[in-house]
Design a protein around this ligand. Sequence first.
Ligand code: SAH
Length: 251
Amino acid sequence: MDEIQFQLLTDLHRPATRQGPGGETETRQAMRLAGLDRSRRLKIADIGCGTGASTILLAKELDAEITAVDFLPEFLDELQTRARDHGVAERITTLSCSMDALPFSDGEFDVIWSEGAVYNMGFEAGVAAWNRFLKPGGKLIVSEITWLSATRPPELQSHWDGEYPEIDVASAKIGILEQHGYCPEAYFYLPTHCWTENYYRPMQSRFDAFLERHSQSDQAKGIVEAEKHEIALYEKYRDYYSYGVYIARKI
Ligand code: SAH
């Protein structure tokens, strides 16, 4: 991807509440399955936080001090504005840093949270690298694109082989967690509305303004076409894949 494409993608996604599939109900469900509540103060890292959909909910629901990490400062600026609007800004520190070069100490966090982002460094590399930042007994909550069945149509397989060859079934992802020092505690996958109502519909409603802002440039049109292709593929094949949400405890 070149610099202009990258800036265009940032511009398309920055106004959004979320930059990937997800939902407040599902983030709450993950909190509950991980046994997180207000009974004690928690130190949390939210990695690949985007504009903070999960960060802000965690800050509101828990007694937590949260480090929100993303490599895009534009998203973190937006997150800070939203955190102020929700009255939780003082509990959130932002850190602009790549998720594969985090400056954290061993055993610093009670919780590592990451929704729709670990694929950027790869699931296995991510969960392996982040393990040491957790306290023993600390919780990892990570969502990852996941096959919902053992077989799938060739068109879909070849799309994801190109986009993200690490896509796999939940049992394989759970095995990876076990191999890297975690006890898997729970798994569920995001229901359709997390993709459609929460992510794709709001994105589709921004396409026209986005194209206008960029004077209908070929590159802006290319971005919109790629997103439309992804949406069409999801609508056709949504029974075969979703984001799996994995909850695991550091051994
Ligand atoms: N968790 C958010 C955002 C998911 S989109 C949500 O659910 O809405 C993935 C996010 O990862 C984007 O915000 C993107 O800027 C960020 N990202 C991509 N590569 C990254 C990297 N190498 N290091 C840190 N963040 C990265």
